[in-house]
Design a protein around this ligand. Structure first.
Ligand SMILES: Nc1nc2c(ncn2[C@@H]2O[C@H](COP(=O)(O)OP(=O)(O)OP(=O)(O)O)[C@@H](O)[C@H]2O)c(=O)[nH]1
Ligand SMILES: [Mg+2]
Length: 490
């Protein structure tokens, strides 16, 4: 769209939105007295602004949305919104007694301050990254806290602090040294948090190597928050009955143990690790479970969902998430089929950008397929393909890592066999045929291979056994070596 179009649109759109859409409620008790009254503001350069998600996020963060201002226009350097719209926002904030403006986008420090200056005194300006961080922090605080979340907050605050110091300094030179030392302090804290993060990442990489040595394929679930990852993880994971791997907290990838809690949907059997709920950030840290998928022994890692606006690179849980997805032999990219095509496209873009390159293949899973009919499913596939066609090859998994999407419904138990077959097909596989004498030592080697699920076929022919091996290449090679090692007959 040309700039001229955008300007025309601004006019068209403002005539449409000049009457701000105030949230009308017939309930006299709404909004509740203790809720923070907020106005949602959104601007898009193209396409009509869709405030569905930002309203949901605002509600999840405890705000009562009492009004909305939207605009279709190119970015304004001062307010992000055009001046006229910004003033309209100011009037609406005054008329509705709003305590906060929730901005569906990322505001520069300068824009945040300018908007704050324009709005009635005391009105907080909360852009999408700040809201997303708050949501994540609230969720984390209510359970085991993610200390490194601090890093994300500091990184977010630093440029704003610099802006505040610069503004103070231009008014009052005496404030400058104090402001500078605050900036310096934040910079130091960021540095030390970053060092801590690096050490944790090294630990995780070592643990992954151990898991692979033990013969497991690593599979990770990835996707936008609330896409249905944990539901699928639960469905695919084995019953926790293995003494070696049954101890779930041991496999927590950040070394934390969640306080025991009842599942969000009231299921007392829910151990909190693979909790499922219809809200953002139900899962706050990566969790790994053993799962046999398509005949392969895998370790399946459930991860934290992405959210548009969150600085994924600076939250520890996301670092673990991104590492697990990138290093997996196969990643299942869960895409919510019940989203409308525009939301699906946007969420997929955010997820793929957060993951960037992957070592293994990526299988897109169209989740909640029970929520749509055949047309809806076709539309989801189309939106998926459009999003992939739009991928910037510099910051997304290589398109040839992407496999065809598989519709799945855990609720209706559909598509799971197709998914298992696709995973088995995507995992690195080697085969070997070994003929060895039938003896006690061979049986020991054979049982080692059985334990690692690499025995495809065994045929006993008198004195010898013919074994077909298939599975993880290093495990197949080791099984063949062990079997042959027994073949010491002269
Ligand atoms: N209809 C339908 N709903 C589903 C299905 N799978 C999951 N859901 C619902 O989708 C919502 C989110 O599911 P979760 O598994 O918690 O999603 P998640 O991706 O792990 O979410 P976060 O951990 O918050 O990132 C829950 O309300 C689930 O009940 C499905 O197959 N069909
Ligand atoms: Mg989850």
């Amino acid at each position: 769209m040309s700039r001229d179009d955008a300007t025309t649109n601004e006019r068209d759109e403002s005539s449409e939105t000049d009457e701000p859409t105030e949230a009308v409620s017939s309930d006299p008790d709404w909004p509740p007295d203790d809720a923070t009254r907020a106005i949602v503001a959104a601007r898009t350069a193209d396409g009509p602004p869709d405030t569905t998600e930002i309203r949901e996020l605002a509600a999840a963060a405890g705000y009562a949305v009492v009004g909305e201002v939207t605009q279709r226009r190119r970015e304004d350097p001062t307010y992000d919104l055009g001046r006229g719209k910004a003033e309209e926002l100011m009037r609406l904030a005054a008329a509705t007694d709003a305590e906060a403006v929730i901005y569906d986008g990322s505001l520069s420090p300068g824009q945040t301050f300018s908007l704050g200056d324009l709005l009635p005194t005391g009105t907080a300006v909360i852009d999408r990254p700040r809201l997303a961080l708050k949501l994540f922090a609230d969720a984390a605080d209510s359970r085991a806290a993610d200390k490194q979340l601090e890093l994300a907050r500091l990184r977010y605050e630093l440029p704003r602090l610099r802006e505040a110091v610069a503004r103070d300094a231009s008014e009052d030179v005496r404030l400058r040294p104090e402001g500078d030392s605050r900036v310096l302090d934040v910079e130091k804290r960021i540095e030390s948090a970053e060092r801590a993060l690096d050490e944790i990442a090294d630990d995780r990489a070592a643990r992954r190597a151990e898991r692979r040595d033990a013969g497991f394929d690593l599979v990770a679930l990835a996707g936008y928050t609330n896409a249905g990852k944990s539901t699928l993880a639960r469905r695919l994971a084995d019953e926790v009955d293995d003494p070696e791997f049954g101890d779930e907290p041991e496999l927590r990838d950040d070394g934390r143990v969640d306080a025991e809690r009842v599942g969000a949907e009231g299921d007392p059997a829910d151990d909190g690790a693979l909790a499922v709920a219809d809200r953002p950030f139900e899962t706050l840290s990566t969790t790994t479970r053993r799962a046999e998928i398509g005949g392969r022994r895998t370790l399946l890692t459930d991860t934290v969902g992405f959210l548009d606006g969150l600085p994924h690179e600076s939250v520890r849980s996301f670092r673990a998430t991104v590492d697990a997805i990138r290093a997996a032999d196969c990643a299942l990219l869960v895409v919510d089929t019940s989203d409308d095509p525009a939301a699906l496209h946007r969420k997929l873009r955010v997820s793929l950008r957060a993951i960037e390159a992957t070592d293994g293949s990526v299988i897109p899973v169209l989740s909640k397929a029970d929520e749509v009919d055949a047309y809806g499913l076709a539309a989801a596939v189309e939106a998926y393909e459009a999003a992939v066609a739009d991928l910037d090859p510099r910051n997304a998994p290589a398109v040839d890592a992407l496999r065809p999407p598989i519709p799945v419904s855990v609720r209706e138990e559909s598509g799971l066999a197709d998914l298992a077959a696709a995973v088995a097909d995507a995992l690195p596989t080697a085969t070997a045929a070994v003929e060895v004498p039938n003896g006690g030592d061979t049986q020991a080697a054979l049982s080692w291979a059985y334990d690692r699920s690499v025995v495809a076929d065994v045929e006993y022919a008198g004195e010898t056994i013919a074994v077909d091996l298939a599975g993880r290449p290093d495990v197949v090679a080791e099984a063949a070596r062990r079997l042959r090692a027994e073949d010491t007959s002269p």
